[in-house]
Design a protein around this ligand. Structure first.
Ligand code: ADP
Ligand code: MG
Length: 288
C-alpha cells in the first residue's frame, strides 16, 4: 500500500504544474540517476521558422515552397507547421491525391499528380534521389519532385531559455548523467548539447533507435537507479513507456504521449523536473 503522505506530495506537485500519476512514481523520483531528453519541443521551442529556400534543376523557390507546403499540410510535425506557415496561402485539398508520413524521415505525397518527397537525407537516400548535402545551421528539408531533386528549405529552431536553467539546476541536484536523443542531424544536435552542457547525446536516430538507446542506458544502470525520459510526444510514446519514469510536456505534447507518460509537465518547462524531484525528496522526508 502507498503511505498517505504520497497523496500530499502529489497534490503539492500538481499545484506547481507537475502531474504525477501515482505514489510509486513520486517515490521513484528520489532515485533518478540519469535523465534523457528528446530535443525538439522538449529542449528547443519546437517552433521552427523557415529561414531559407533554395531551388535546383529548373525549379524555382516558389515551386519549392508550394510543393513542400502541400506535401506537409496534413502533418502536425513542427517542421511541417513552419513550412505551411511560411507558404501563407490557402491549401486546396483537392490538389493532394496521396499523403504518407514516414516517421523520422519526412513526407511522401502526390500533389497535382506529381510525387513529392519532403524530408531529410534518409528519405532522399531511400528513394535514390541525387541531391547535394547542405552544410548549414538548422534542419534541412530536402525536396524531390517526380524523383528529381528540386531544392531544400532551411528551418531553424531555438533553445528554450528554460532549458539552460533546467540543466544547471538538475546538475546541482546531483544528477550525473544528462543525455539528449534526437532524430535531427549531428551538427544541430552537437550545438544544442554543447550550449546546454549535456553529458552525452545521440543524433540521427529513428524512433525505434531511440527505444534501443533507452534499453542500452537502462541496461547499464545500477539496480535501484531510475531513468527519466522527457519528450514532447511526437513519436515518443514507445520511449516514454519503456523508461522507468516517462515525462511528457503537457502543452505541446500529443495526447498519445500524455497517455503514455507517468509524469506530465503542464507548462512545457523542463525546469519543472527540478520541482518534481524536490517535491519527491520533501515527500519522502515527511512519509518516512
Ligand atoms: P526529433 O527527434 O528531433 O524530435 P523526429 O523524430 O520527429 O525529430 O524527426 C527526425 C527528423 O526526421 C527531423 O529532424 C526531420 O529531418 C525528419 N522529419 C520528420 N518529420 C518530418 C516532416 N513532417 N517533414 C520533413 N521532415 C521530417
Ligand atoms: Mg520529437
Amino acid at each position: 500500500s502507498i503511505p498517505l503522505g504520497f497523496f500530499g506530495g502529489i497534490g503539492r506537485a500538481s499545484r506547481q504544474g507537475v502531474l504525477v500519476k501515482g505514489g510509486n512514481y513520486l517515490e521513484a523520483l528520489n532515485n533518478v540517476s540519469q535523465i534523457v531528453f528528446d530535443k525538439t519541443g522538449t529542449l528547443t521551442k519546437g517552433e521552427f521558422a523557415v529561414s531559407k529556400v533554395e531551388s535546383y534543376n529548373g525549379f524555382n523557390n516558389e515551386q519549392i515552397l508550394t510543393m513542400a507546403a502541400y506535401a506537409e499540410s496534413h502533418s502536425t510535425h513542427p517542421i511541417a507547421k513552419s513550412i505551411v506557415e511560411a507558404f501563407d496561402q490557402k491549401i486546396d485539398n483537392q490538389r493532394i491525391k496521396d499523403y504518407q508520413e514516414i516517421s523520422g524521415h519526412g513526407i511522401k505525397a502526390v500533389v497535382d499528380d506529381k510525387e513529392i518527397l519532403a524530408g531529410n537525407i534518409k528519405l532522399m537516400n531511400k528513394n535514390n534521389i541525387e541531391y547535394q548535402e547542405v552544410d548549414a545551421d538548422g534542419t534541412i528539408v530536402y525536396l524531390a519532385i517526380e524523383n528529381k531533386y528540386a531544392g531544400y528549405i532551411t528551418i531553424t529552431d531555438e533553445l528554450k531559455e528554460d532549458s539552460i536553467k533546467a540543466i544547471k539546476g538538475l546538475k546541482e541536484l546531483g544528477i550525473k548523467q544528462l543525455t539528449m536523443l534526437t532524430g535531427d542531424r549531428e551538427a544541430v544536435a552537437g550545438r544544442v548539447a554543447q550550449r546546454l552542457g549535456l553529458d552525452n547525446y545521440y543524433s540521427e536516430l529513428l524512433p525505434d533507435q531511440k527505444v534501443d538507446e533507452i534499453e542500452e542506458l537502462l541496461g547499464r544502470q545500477k539496480e535501484n537507479d531510475k531513468l527519466i525520459f522527457v519528450g514532447d510526444g511526437i513519436n515518443d510514446a514507445p520511449v516514454l513507456a519503456r523508461s522507468d519514469i516517462g515525462v511528457a510536456m503537457g502543452g505541446l505534447g500529443s495526447d498519445a504521449a500524455i497517455e503514455a507518460a507517468d509524469v506530465v509537465l503542464m507548462t512545457d518547462e523542463p525546469s519543472k523536473l527540478i520541482t518534481a524531484i524536490n517535491t519527491a525528496r520533501r515527500t519522502r522526508k515527511i512519509v518516512w
